[in-house]
Write a protein of this length. Structure first.
Lengths: 536, 338
């Protein structure tokens, strides 16, 4: 590459130099020659291969990723966007398949020992090695799932497994998870947030700080380097129980700015970039060598309603709010029509989705409902609308569009820009001032993590605080008959939508652009798991 | 001279203590009065209000704000800025790990800004009251109106995508591991004798530093040009002309030395601009510095880390002001007399 550059440069100035050289004084000529030689020397040293990094190296994959890992203790945080890196380094007891079916992973079998769903027997694979070569046993499981959260209340794993009382170790690969109350959905948490198995011996030896500095997992890749805020380098673990991954090295380039992620994949410096602006993905789709995807996943965009704020206690106003939103138009305007409009708090294909139930878009009916509440376009109802700006794609734009839809029927909404942290604070202190636009992540697709959490009035971020729902939710979370459990959640889904305790808008969409030579597996929960990727 | 320098530094240090305490207090109180939940990312979706209260007590957020401040300042004096809520690590460790990258970025950014602005300022002066003065004015105004993050995006598009000659992500190439000596990549790699890796670090630093430099340079150009215009009317210039010195010699040897004094003051005052510009530039380029750390801290409402970084910025500004004072004394003989 550098040879070409020098040849061109030489050729373009050849004539001029020939004439100049004769007339130049000797010392000037010598100085120029020395400078030229120095430049050439420096030029050969310059890392051109990095600058022109478009050549695809099939043993490496660089992923332009928007968030960094705050900690390498995988049990300490439950942020959904971090889980794919944790799963890559630590693996997980169970895992959701690309179409959200719970599948064996480190735990190869699981079954309830009683009919109350309080004793879950699990069988661990016998060929799992940690990255230091030590074998994973049930002692590690007990340490990670029960002992650590008991000792340190700040660990998020404790919150995810709040009803887990103990882990009874029966053998190196067999044990029983004992729950303090019936918990039929317990297995889903073995493939969800913060539930990872760490090596007891290593962690006890080096302590938590030592572990965070040099983490050891049992996943398909081991962490070899982490430059905070910049890069995570992972190397394939050749003794992984599932076999070494096809791509030997994976580099997560931490790039929070979406335009820079686009540039990285467009220039070929990243083989995959995720969570890109929709318009940019549509533009990249026309580029040779780049494949793009815009696809819905298991997150739900919704409007949550604080029951304690007037006029949201009025069922007619809530109905009007819901009826006047054209969800299909919003999807088309902001998500290229890919985001599927929803009538319930569950995405298509998940167990509590209700395909027969459709909440209509009906402006005339919305006007009638408002009239019943004493409002009209001449006498509009005033509400506050809380929206984040940039927390998920087009959030603020969608809020503005909804405001216009409401205005047409007699609802005057004032948008107040906010942040997730402010919303959490306001919800917890019962000081939400208005209806709020939110995106709800649920990598399991299970209704317990949709309606079960959204309408539980006891949770700190609850908006619809109807205490009468608490026993109903408790009954469903402890229901051991799976058919009854799902029927109950579906009924709650439909009722909550009909009565507009919250307003489901549409299934969230995510985006990816990647080198056409790459064959990524796209998961319905949006996870990026490079162990499943390979090059053509 | 040494005594005077020492006196300036001592005076500055003494003045710095109340400034630091006051700033710490303001940042501390403001952060706690904001209606945000610092525990938002620390609790699982199933957490109840009681869980939240327990964690709040564990982290000391349940105590009255004055008491929290007294505890914090007492620990800070002993070098303990607390633990980051988000990163689960001591704030001091996180800041010390990120600081060298930002110092290097700002330093190289400043150097580039000077390389652009000193010839630029002289050129702007040379064109003063000439036909092309308007062109120079427009060019400087145009440069000044583009913020550093926009320069960053433009440079990425030009040198990263359209003409992909420079890397624009990270501090060094993927294959380079930085030796831990001073934390400054350019110096450490040079000390280790790894020239190829040094160039990798330099190439990674080039676009972020240039982004900062391009938005910083116009201010210097304007001040330098004004300084030169003022200097042109000074008697010593007339004397030099009468002595038969060439205009070029008068400009570079005599006028520039005097015109540069207000420029240095301005650079000192505006150096904080480079650090604040680094916030977004580091984020765009995935550069692992304090700016990047600050953005992550703000996103996570990581109060101890935000406080720590604010304190660091204050310290940096005070240090820079002290350096400017000393430089001023070194360059201006009139200030050396008692």
């Amino acid at each position: 590459m550098n040879k070409t550059i020098w040849t061109n440069a030489t050729r373009s100035t050849e004539h001029a130099q020939e004439t100049d050289l004769v007339s130049l004084p000797h010392d000037v000529l010598r100085r120029r020659l020395m400078l030229g030689a120095m430049s050439a020397g420096i030029g050969t040293l310059f890392p051109w291969e990095e600058a022109f990094a478009q050549v695809v190296d099939k043993s490496t994959l660089a992923i332009a990723y928007p968030v960094d890992m705050p900690t390498w203790d995988p049990c300490a945080v439950s942020i959904p966007t971090l889980q794919c890196v944790y799963q890559t380094v630590f693996d997980s007891p169970l895992r959701y398949s690309p179409n959200l079916k719970l599948q064996p992973r480190q735990v190869k079998e699981w079954k309830w020992l009683d009919n109350k769903a309080t004793r879950l027997e699990i069988t661990l694979r016998d060929d799992i090695l940690f990255h230091d070569g030590s074998r994973m046993t049930m002692e590690d499981v007990k340490y990670s799932l029960a002992d650590r959260p008991k000792a340190d209340k700040k660990l998020l794993i404790g919150g995810m497994l709040s009803t887990l009382a103990d882990v009874e170790v029966q053998s190196a690969t067999k044990g029983v998870l004992v729950y303090s109350r019936p918990n039929p959905a317990a297995p889903i948490y073995l493939g969800f947030l913060a539930v990872y198995i760490v090596p007891k011996a290593y962690m006890s030896q080096v302590g938590v700080d030592g572990f965070i500095a040099k983490p050891i997992g049992a996943g398909p890749y081991r962490m070899v380097e982490h430059q905070r805020g910049s890069r995570i380098v992972l190397e394939a673990f050749d003794k992984y129980w599932g076999g070494a991954p096809a791509i030997k090295q994976v580099i997560f380039e931490i790039v929070p700015e979406p335009s820079a992620r686009v540039a990285l994949v467009e220039s070929g410096r990243a083989g995959l970039a995720v969570q890109l602006p929709l318009r940019e993905v549509q533009r990249l789709a026309g580029k040779t060598g780049i494949t793009t995807k815009i696809y819905p996943y298991s997150e739900v965009y919704m409007l949550r309603i604080p029951s304690y704020v007037k006029p949201f206690d009025n069922e007619h106003v809530r109905a009007a709010l819901h009826l006047s939103i054209d969800k299909a138009a919003l999807s088309k305007a902001f998500y290229g029509g890919v985001a599927k409009p929803l009538s319930v708090m569950a995405t298509e294909g998940t167990p509590s989705y209700v395909p027969d139930f459709k909440f209509p878009f009906d402006k005339a009916k919305a006007v009638a409902e408002l009239k019943a509440a004493g409002y009209s376009t001449a006498n509009p109802v005033a509400i506050t609308f809380l929206s984040t700006n940039g927390t998920f794609p087009s959030d603020f734009d969608m809020a503005r569009a909804i405001v216009q839809m409401w205005k047409a029927v007699g609802i005057n909404a004032t948008i107040e820009e906010t942040t997730p942290a402010k919303l959490t604070e306001a919800a917890q202190s019962g000081k939400l001032t208005g209806i709020l636009l939110q995106s709800w992540a649920n990598a399991t697709g299970d209704p317990e993590n949709y309606v079960g959490k959204i309408f539980d009035p006891r949770l700190r971020f609850a908006a619809w605080k109807d205490m009468a729902l608490a026993p109903r939710i408790d009954a469903l979370t402890t229901e051991v008959d799976e058919a009854k459990r799902m029927a109950g959640w579906k009924a709650l889904n439909v009722e909550s939508s009909e009565k507009s305790w919250a307003i489901p808008l549409m299934q969230a969409v995510t985006t990816a652009a990647y080198a056409s030579m790459l064959q990524p597996v796209l998961f319905d929960n949006g996870y990026v798991l490079p162990a499943d990727y390979k090059y053509k | 001279m040494f005594q005077l320098t020492l006196a300036i530094i001592t005076r500055r240090l003494m003045a710095a203590i109340p400034t630091l305490v006051l700033l710490s207090l303001v940042v501390f109180v403001v952060l706690r009065l904001l209606p945000v939940d610092p525990l938002a990312t620390l609790l699982p979706p199933s957490a109840t209000a009681a869980d939240s209260a327990a964690l709040r007590a564990q982290l000391g957020f349940d105590k009255p704000i004055p008491m929290q401040f007294v505890i914090w300042i007492w620990e800070a004096v002993r070098g303990n800025l607390g633990n980051s809520i988000n990163f689960h690590q001591p704030v001091t460790t996180l800041i010390l790990a990120a600081l060298p990258a930002t110092v290097e970025l700002a330093g190289v950014g400043l150097l580039m800004a000077l390389l652009i602005s000193i010839p630029g300022g002289v050129l702007a002066y040379v064109l003063y009251q000439r036909k092309r003065e308007a062109v120079a004015d427009v060019a400087v105004t145009l440069l000044q109106s583009v913020p550093s993050f926009l320069w960053a995006l433009l440079l990425i598009i030009v040198f990263g995508v359209l003409w992909p000659v420079l890397p624009f992500s990270g501090r060094v190439g993927q294959e380079v591991t930085l030796p831990a000596i001073t934390g400054l990549a350019l110096i450490d790699l040079l000390l280790a004798g790894r020239l190829h890796d040094w160039l990798s670090a330099l190439s990674h630093l080039f676009l972020p530093a240039l982004s900062l430099a391009l938005s910083f340079a116009p201010m210097v150009i304007r001040v330098l040009r004004s300084g030169l215009i003022d200097a042109a009317n000074e008697p010593y210039v007339e004397v030099a002309r009468l002595r038969g010195l060439s205009e070029t010699r008068i400009l570079w040897r005599h006028m520039l030395k005097n015109a540069v004094l207000p420029t240095i003051t301005m650079i000192g005052v505006q150096f904080g601009f480079l650090f604040s510009g680094a916030l977004l530039v580091e984020m765009i380029f995935g550069f692992p510095g304090v700016g990047n750390l600050m953005v992550q801290a703000v996103k996570a409402n990581d109060m101890p880390l935000i406080q720590g970084i604010a304190l660091l910025f204050c310290l940096l500004m005070l240090t820079i002001n002290a350096i400017v004072d000393v430089t001023y004394v070194l360059l201006n003989p009139r200030l050396r007399s008692p």
